[in-house]
Design a protein around this ligand. Structure first.
Ligand SMILES: N[C@@H](CCC(=O)N[C@@H](CS)C(=O)NCC(=O)O)C(=O)O
Length: 208
């Protein structure tokens, strides 16, 4: 299998942290989003979605959703599980991953891509051009602040997002907070004490 990615981008960062924690190394090619290499004919012939990361399996299957890639890799590399050890835990991890993707990552992406001059007509990733909607910048920033408050509440009664164990839900939230900071200039308010407590512990769990 072969991984196409661009380490500096947020969805590749989610996958990168998962692989780092589990000690997975793969045959990897960097696709430079800075020069729009993802839109080149050569890359689109391999990955019609024109996004990174993409994992191409030995039978030619192309996986271009991070959640699918990590599920595949978790099966291949079962040590240090990050997707839950029981059916309940697996469901909670997946529930959070979906919620973080639709509520937090998409809000940060909206705030970034609908205002940045380099993303005129590239307001959404993918092969087709999509016009910017400037109203989505402030809406994205508001959604991030609301999302962080919701997460703070959820973490009041739980050490990690999906329960007692560090999981891919926590990896996703670490990546989402980094993304929100540089892309939307939104950081969790200092008053969100449970979120800050969780963040220090999640960073320690990731590297420990
Ligand atoms: N569909 C992917 C998300 C992939 C994605 O949006 N990747 C971004 C980088 S973070 C990308 O490839 N952008 C290309 C572009 O902006 O044209 C998933 O579900 O994990």
């Amino acid at each position: 299998m072969k991984l196409y990615t661009f380490d500096a981008a947020p969805n590749p960062a989610r996958l990168g942290m998962f692989m780092q924690y589990k000690g997975i190394t793969l045959d990897t090619v960097q696709i430079d989003l800075g020069t729009q290499e993802q839109l080149s004919d050569a890359y689109r012939a391999l990955v019609p979605e024109a996004t990174v990361p993409a994992l191409i399996l030995d039978d030619g299957t192309v996986l271009c959703a991070v959640i699918a890639i990590v599920h595949y890799l978790e099966e291949q590399f079962p040590d240090k599980p990050l997707l839950g050890r029981t059916p309940d835990e697996r469901a909670r991890v997946l529930n959070w991953n979906h919620r973080l993707f639709s509520d937090i990552f998409s809000a940060a992406a909206d705030a970034f891509r609908n205002g940045h001059p380099s993303y005129v007509d590239r307001a959404l990733p993918g092969p087709d051009n999509v016009a910017q909607l400037p109203e989505l910048v402030e809406r994205g920033r508001t959604r991030l602040a609301q999302g962080f408050a919701m997460l703070n509440e959820a973490l009041e009664s739980s050490p990690f997002l999906a329960g007692e164990q560090f999981s891919f839900a926590d990896v996703d939230l670490l990546a989402a907070i980094d993304f929100a900071k540089w892309a939307a200039r939104v950081t969790p308010d200092e008053s969100l004490e449970h979120l800050h407590r969780w963040r220090a512990e999640a960073k320690a769990a990731l590297t420990g």
